[in-house]
Design a protein around this ligand. Structure first.
Ligand SMILES: Cc1cc2nc3c(=O)[nH]c(=O)nc-3n(C[C@H](O)[C@H](O)[C@H](O)COP(=O)(O)O)c2cc1C
Length: 339
C-alpha cells in the first residue's frame, strides 16, 4: 500500500467525520482514519455504528479503526469495514477512556499481550488489506509496555504501528515521550508512525529525524486548522484569510449536515466554531453568537454575512466534491438520511 505523504490525520472520536477526513486529504494528509468504531456495534448492526462506515471516493487511502476485545468478533468486524471501503484496518490498543477499557478493549490490551496478539492474528488472517495497530506507551505512568508488546504485534501480523507515547493514565496531560518512539523504531522492521504533540513543520521534521519514524500523525493541531497540514508539508506558510476560514467552515458544516442530518450535526458542529474562528481570526463574541443560533442554515448565513467574499470559494469547493459518491455497503436506508 502506498501512502503519498509522510503525514497521517489522527483518528479522533467525535471529530473524524467524513468531512474532516476528506478535508484532511485535500490539505495533504497521505492517510486519513475514521474514528474508532465499536466491533460490538458492528456485530449487532447498530445503525449509528454502521453510519461511521460511510466511505467517499475522495477519502482514499483510508484506514478504518476498530476496537473490541474478542478476536473472532474483531475479525468479522474487519471484514465488514473492508467491504465498506477501508484500505487499511487499524486496531485500537490505545483508548484510555473507562467506557472502553472496562470492556477489556483499547489500552487495556497493552497489559494482556497474548490476547492483543490473538486479535491481530485473527484480523490479519481475515482480511487481505494491511492491518495496523495504534497504541499508547502502556496503562500506567512510566510504563514501557509498548516496547514489549509492539514487536509481538508485528510478529502476529501488524504491518505498521502507531505510537502515542503517553500512558492511558495520563490521558492528554504531560507530554508525549518520543524517546520511546525512537526505541520502538529500533525494535521493529515495519513502519512506525509517531503521534503526539506535533503541531508544526519544525516539530514534525525534528521528530522524524530524532525517532526514525516513517510518518507523523497529527490530531488536535488540525481541529479547526486544516492549513497546518499544508504548513507541515512545507506547502504553505501564511495564515488563511477570513474568507478562506469561512469557506472551509461552511463546506464542513454542509457536508456534516449531509452526513449526520440537521439535528445531530447542529450539536456536533458547535465545538468546531470555536476551533475555526479562534486563533485571533474572529472576535470571541462572534463564536458565542453562532453557538446560540437554532439551525445550521442560520449559522451559514451569519458566517457568509461576516465574510461575503467566501461565497465564490465555497462554490469552488462544492464543485470539487465527487459526483455520485461511492458507498459500497448495503446499509439501512435511514443512515443515508442522516439517521
Ligand atoms: C477528541 C479526541 C478523540 C480521539 N479519538 C481517538 C480514537 O478514536 N482512536 C485513536 O486511536 N485515538 C484517538 N485519539 C488520540 C489521537 O489519535 C492522537 O493519538 C492524540 O490526540 C495525540 O496526538 P495530538 O497531540 O496530535 O492530538 C483522540 C484524541 C482526541 C483529542
Amino acid at each position: 500500500m502506498e501512502i503519498p505523504t509522510r503525514l497521517v490525520l489522527a483518528p479522533m472520536a467525535g471529530v473524524s467525520v467524513q468531512a474532516f477526513r476528506r478535508q484532511g486529504r485535500r490539505f495533504g494528509a497521505g492517510l486519513v482514519c475514521s474514528e474508532m468504531v465499536s466491533c460490538a456495534g458492528i456485530e449487532h448492526r447498530n445503525e449509528r455504528t454502521l453510519g461511521y462506515l460511510r466511505v467517499a471516493s475522495d477519502e482514499h487511502p483510508l484506514a478504518i479503526q476498530i476496537f473490541g476485545h474478542e478476536p473472532r468478533a474483531m475479525a468479522e468486524a474487519a471484514q465488514l469495514v473492508v467491504a465498506a471501503g477501508a484500505d487499511l484496518v487499524d486496531i485500537n490498543f490505545g483508548c484510555p477512556v473507562r467506557k472502553v477499557t472496562k470492556t477489556g478493549a483499547g489500552a487495556t490490551l497493552l497489559e494482556d499481550p497474548d490476547r492483543a496478539c490473538r486479535i491481530v492474528e485473527a484480523v490479519a488472517s481475515a482480511v487481505d488489506v494491511p492491518v495496523s495497530v495504534k497504541m499508547r506507551r502502556g496503562l500506567r505512568d512510566g510504563s514501557r509496555a509498548c516496547l514489549d508488546v509492539g514487536p509481538r504485534l508485528v510478529a502476529a501480523g501488524a504491518a505498521s504501528l502507531t505510537l502515542h507515547p503517553r500512558s492511558a493514565e495520563q490521558m492528554y496531560t504531560g507530554t508525549a515521550d518520543h524517546a520511546l518512539t525512537a526505541e520502538l523504531v529500533s525494535l521493529v522492521d515495519v513502519p512506525v508512525v509517531a503521534s503526539g504533540d506535533i503541531t508544526s513543520r519544525k516539530q514534525a521534521c525534528a521528530i522524524l529525524e530524532r525517532t526514525g519514524a516513517a510518518a507523523v500523525m497529527v490530531g488536535r493541531g488540525v481541529q479547526g486548522n486544516p492549513w497546518v497540514l499544508a504548513e507541515i508539508l512545507g506547502e504553505a506558510t501564511e495564515e488563511p484569510s477570513r474568507e478562506e476560514v469561512v469557506a472551509e467552515l461552511v463546506l464542513f458544516l454542509r457536508e456534516t449536515v449531509r452526513e449526520l442530518g440537521e439535528r445531530r450535526a447542529h450539536g456536533f458542529l458547535k465545538k468546531f466554531y470555536g476551533w475555526y474562528l479562534g486563533r485571533g481570526r474572529f472576535p470571541r463574541p462572534f463564536k458565542q453568537e453562532l453557538v446560540q443560533l437554532e439551525t445550521t442554515g442560520e449559522v451559514e448565513r451569519r458566517l457568509i454575512a461576516a465574510a461575503p467574499g467566501a461565497l465564490p470559494l465555497i462554490e469552488e469547493l462544492e464543485a470539487e466534491l465527487p459526483v455520485g459518491d461511492s458507498v459500497l455497503l448495503e446499509l439501512p436506508v435511514s443512515i443515508y438520511g442522516g439517521g
